[in-house]
Design a protein around this ligand. Structure first.
Ligand code: FES
Length: 191
């Protein structure tokens, strides 16, 4: 009859090493979790404004901005300049009701509205309307434009930039405000 053999010390050594290895691995994993988890809210806090900005941009809808009322625009076709104001938001701050540009609005006897950007397509100065000459004139380098926005001399590379305009249910005039690259014959939207 054979006697049960007792495990030799040499046979127990790998098992003890394995246990130590597993214990060390578990400690490492727990340590990593403990170190990383508290930083997640911080990262989320830093990224939040950027994510929020994207959502705000998407919520702006079709890009039309309220400018004025129909009654504020002369009926005789002569243009009037109006500021374009909107809320500006960078990654962390919101600046309500800031002027971002200006537009010319005109209305003919049939009630048709016309809108042009006040930005000169030559090099970006602000265009004025000269009532006496019935021309749009830029004070910087003498670009001039007719009432329909067509360039009147060859200084600007293109005619004035028209903007889409509509009237909402409250009889307010809304403009799809855009800016365009200056100095090019082709009309390219910048923003
Ligand atoms: S910027 Fe208007 S004429 Fe040059």
């Amino acid at each position: 009859m054979s006697k049960p053999t007792s495990a030799s010390p040499a046979a127990g050594a790998p098992a003890a090493q394995r246990r130590r290895f597993l214990a060390g691995l578990a400690a490492g994993v727990i340590g990593t979790i403990v170190a990383v988890v508290p930083t997640i809210p911080g990262i989320a806090f830093l990224l939040h404004p950027l994510l929020k900005k994207k959502k705000a941009g998407a919520a702006e809808g079709d890009g039309y901005v309220k400018i004025t009322t129909v009654e504020a625009i002369p009926k005789d076709g002569s243009p009037r300049a109006f500021p374009v104001q909107m809320d500006i938001q960078d990654a962390w701050n919101k600046y309500p009701d800031r002027q971002v540009g200006s537009v010319f609005l005109s209305r003919n006897e049939d009630g048709q509205l016309k809108c042009f950007s006040c930005v000169c397509p030559h090099l970006g100065c602000t265009i004025n309307y000269e009532e006496k000459a019935k021309l749009y004139l830029c004070p910087c380098h003498a670009s001039s434009f007719k009432l329909d926005g067509e360039r009147e001399n060859q200084i600007p590379p293109r005619s004035m930039d028209p903007l889409e305009v509509r009237v909402n249910e409250k009889n307010e005039v809304e403009v799809k405000y855009q800016t365009f690259r200056a100095g090019t014959s082709e009309r390219k939207v910048v923003s």
